[in-house]
Design a protein around this ligand. Structure first.
Ligand SMILES: Cc1cc2nc3c(=O)[nH]c(=O)nc-3n(C[C@H](O)[C@H](O)[C@H](O)COP(=O)(O)O)c2cc1C
Length: 202
């Protein structure tokens, strides 16, 4: 299957078989994330592999009780690390447009959340190529949504997150319990793609 076919047939899967993903495949998925590109190669992310039921239950609670978080074989907790810009010490670039470390707090937050989308996409597609289905979970308590602050604080402690490390996304992983074909619900090509200016079809 080529990459476009893989992308076309991938879907979010929320019910999983009771079957373990081999560690070797989990490593490949995480490795795909590690190799993703980032602004100035700062790699402002951490990935936490979660296999224990205790942590899955806590993360399900954080993500307002989503069952696929509880029932997944494994989770990858994706952390946007806003501290990474300072740590990279890119002092020779003085223009804030080129150096997110010099942008306002909001700019750093947005840039850091932006970076982590790339490894998430890579990991999701790597998983798919290994026959492992996934669902991206964004609905949860964190600095962005500001819901469930107590559960979020507890989760940060359990996962050992430092200040500035934001739990941005969870990827739930497992083998599809109901592998039926679905038709992709997407806007038409011409609704999202233009040539030179919006409204001019390619
Ligand atoms: C940033 C982001 C956050 C998402 N959050 C959730 C979520 O919290 N729970 C969920 O069930 N699906 C979530 N999804 C999955 C979307 O609902 C799904 O990708 C979309 O409906 C398209 O369906 P498909 O992935 O099957 O093509 C999220 C997707 C993205 C990209």
């Amino acid at each position: 299957m080529n990459l476009l076919e893989l992308i076309s047939t991938r879907k979010s899967v929320r019910k999983y078989l009771d079957k373990h993903i081999p560690d070797e495949d989990l490593r490949k998925i995480l490795e795909a994330g590690r190799l993703a590109p980032s602004w100035m190669n700062v790699q402002s992310w951490k990935f936490i592999l979660v296999k224990s039921q205790e942590n899955k239950d806590l993360l399900s609670e954080l993500s307002i009780g989503q069952q696929q978080v509880k029932n997944a074989d494994a989770l990858i907790v994706c952390v946007a690390d806003t501290n990474a810009w300072e740590e990279a010490k890119i002092t020779h670039i003085k223009n804030p447009a080129l150096n997110p470390a010099l942008q306002c707090d909001n700019g750093i937050l947005i840039r850091t959340m932006e970076q982590v989308i790339y490894p998430i996409s890579y990991m999701m597609l790597m998983a798919e190529s290994l026959g492992v289905s996934s669902c991206i979970i964004g609905a949860m308590g964190n600095e962005v949504t500001q819901i469930q602050p107590e559960i979020y604080e507890k989760t940060k402690k359990v996962l050992n997150l430092a200040d500035g490390q934001i739990l941005s996304t969870i990827i739930s992983l497992g083998y599809d319990a109901n592998p039926t074909e679905t038709v992709k619900q997407r806007k038409a090509f011409d609704d999202v793609v233009s040539l030179e200016k919006i409204g001019n079809n390619f």
